[in-house]
Design a protein around this ligand. Structure first.
Ligand code: A3P
Length: 315
């Protein structure tokens, strides 16, 4: 199907105002909310993307640790070619090292570096291209506490808009929409639950990670991640401290202080310019306390409890 027909389908979808003050409708496609630009990419991926068994697909909802997980997996996979003084991660934003399926690859799904098995997407599990579900490729998912995910998303949008001379909604209005599930690739809880349930059914295919747990003991999770994606660390590498080197190269402190991530720009051709620095805000667990009232926090907690009830997952 051509992009024009995608546009026709999108024009028939349920629509809500998004988080910006203009030009920002979100459409409900297959149960999740997204802007038309992203839905076109998702439709195209669903129709045309052919996954390879060697692929490693990094799946996330926005603002839950994508930049970090991309850096870690890229560093793991390329560690025999580069070290912590030559890695492309030192001169490129990790989003420029790992292609974004429904954006970077949407025009040409075969236009991939054959040496790089990594790709990333925000598509919910039930809407992933069939070949990703059916092939033996691996999926790695990271989620985050919804209060921090909301605060992070709000700031990301606000910081992008300042650059474009536009305004975001007030935090309270955006919060209301978030609670109703109206956020990019939301409802957030449905996104997380889709991958959580799939990871229980298919533990060899999907590794389910939590931002907070990874922050607590990154070394343990980096080893787990490397084992899962088929790039385990040898005992020799472990003895040499390679895991710790990767963890420290990919830490918030290190990446956010690199020149490329302080002054570089990303995606000038597709989504419009994004300053690399907006992918690095605080990188902390619990920063929501500085932005949400106790009532707002209690409301999000109660939605989370209700949505995750009986799933065995806590966030
Ligand atoms: P905050 O806004 O809470 O600081 P995503 O990468 O999915 O867009 O998520 C962005 C969040 O991850 C931001 O959270 C950002 O600061 C944080 N982040 C970026 N790089 C990180 C890193 N190397 N380690 C930990 N957190 C990181």
């Amino acid at each position: 199907m051509k992009m024009a027909s995608f546009k026709e389908i999108i024009s028939t979808l349920p629509k809500r105002k998004g988080w910006k003050d203009s030009n920002n409708d979100l459409f409900l496609y297959q149960g999740f909310w997204c802007s038309s630009f992203f839905i076109e990419g998702v439709m195209s991926a669903q129709q045309n993307f052919q996954s390879q068994p060697s692929d490693i697909v990094i799946c996330t909802a926005p603002k839950t640790g994508t930049t970090w997980l991309k850096s870690l997996t890229f560093a793991i996979v390329t560690r025999t070619t580069f070290d912590d003084s030559t890695s492309p991660l030192l001169t490129n934003l990790s989003h420029d090292c790992v292609p974004f399926l429904e954006v970077d690859l949407a025009q040409s799904f075969t236009n991939r570096d054959p040496k790089n098995p990594l790709l990333a997407t925000h598509i919910p599990y039930s809407s992933l291209p069939k070949s990703i579900i059916d092939s033996s490729c691996k999926i790695v998912y990271i989620c985050r506490n919804p209060k921090d995910a909301f605060v992070s998303l709000y700031h990301f949008i606000a910081r992008r808009l300042v650059f474009k001379d536009m305004k975001p909604l007030a935090l309270e209005e955006a919060f209301e929409l978030y609670c109703q599930g109206v956020s990019s690739y939301g409802p957030y809880w449905d996104h997380v639950l889709g991958f959580w349930k799939a990871s229980l059914d298919r533990p060899d295919k999907i590794l389910f990670l939590k931002y907070e747990e990874m922050m607590e003991d990154t070394v343990v999770y980096v080893k787990k991640l490397a084992d899962f994606i088929g790039y385990p660390f040898s005992s020799e590498e472990i003895k040499k401290g390679l895991v710790e080197k990767i963890v420290s190269m990919c830490s918030f402190e290190n990446l956010s202080n690199l020149e490329v991530n302080k002054s570089g720009k990303h995606r000038e051709r597709t989504l419009g310019v994004i300053e690399n620095k907006i992918y690095f805000r605080k990188g902390k667990v619990g920063d929501w306390e500085n932005y949400l009232t106790p009532e707002m926090a209690a409301r999000l907690d109660s939605i989370t409890l209700q949505k995750l009830n009986g799933s065995g997952l806590t966030l």
